[in-house]
Design a protein around this ligand. Structure first.
Ligand code: COA
Length: 174
């Protein structure tokens, strides 16, 4: 039987416990998940791609069947290249829906009209209620202002955030 491979794309700037929650749920459905860090500067990331990948790899060290990579270009092309026919996204609240709906349909269209006329479906998973209000931006804001982020990110990521904000130029990112 073919291996069921899914891509979990995002900016992961940084990875949060909410992302890890989604990943754990996705692993119950798929044989392999590739956490794919989008190489886009649109969001002016705080962490470099290499830093984000290292964080993801460290946080998922104990999870079998998880890989982390960066990608550029269209997500569907990357998914097809990886022989994945599913994209994982977390749906935290109704406010996520409209953007996600557009993205899922656009990705479906792009895949269908690609050279190989492939099929890519987006699978939405709901995180635990305690993570429904979480976002990477909020975590950065909390740490930057001296708040406690221990319930939102792994400890080593909280420390990496504190270190980053100690260098004054990082403040321009928020
Ligand atoms: N827990 C915590 N936070 C979560 C979360 C969860 N379960 N699920 C989503 N989020 C947060 C993220 O932390 C992020 O927060 P931020 O905005 O504060 O950084 C936000 O929700 C959503 O961002 P993310 O999941 O990183 O997605 P994105 O919208 O930044 O990225 C891509 C979307 C990368 C998947 C999309 O732009 C893409 O596919 N790009 C490639 C180019 C392409 O193919 N474009 C056409 C797409 S139709």
């Amino acid at each position: 039987m073919n291996e069921k491979i899914a891509i979990y794309p995002g900016s992961f700037d940084p990875l949060t416990n909410g992302h890890l929650d989604i990943l754990a749920r996705a692993l119950k459905i798929f044989d392999k998940i590739i956490v794919a860090v989008a190489a886009t500067e649109l969001k002016k990331p705080l962490f470099s791609i290499a830093e984000r990948l290292k964080m993801i790899k460290t946080a998922t060290l104990n999870l079998k069947n998880v890989e982390a990579e960066s990608f550029s270009g269209l997500l569907v092309d990357y998914a097809l290249q990886k022989k994945a026919n599913a994209l994982i996204r977390g749906l935290r609240a109704v406010s996520d829906f409209e953007y996600e709906f557009q993205m899922a349909l656009m990705n479906r269209h792009l895949a269908k009209h690609s050279k190989n006329q492939n099929h890519v479906e987006t699978v939405y998973l709901m995180p635990d209620e305690k993570y429904t209000y979480l976002s990477s931006t909020l975590v950065k804001e909390v740490v930057r202002l001296g708040g406690d982020a221990k319930n939102f990110v792994p400890k080593f990521i909280e420390l990496a955030l504190i270190k980053k904000f100690k260098s004054s130029h990082a403040k321009i990112y928020l």
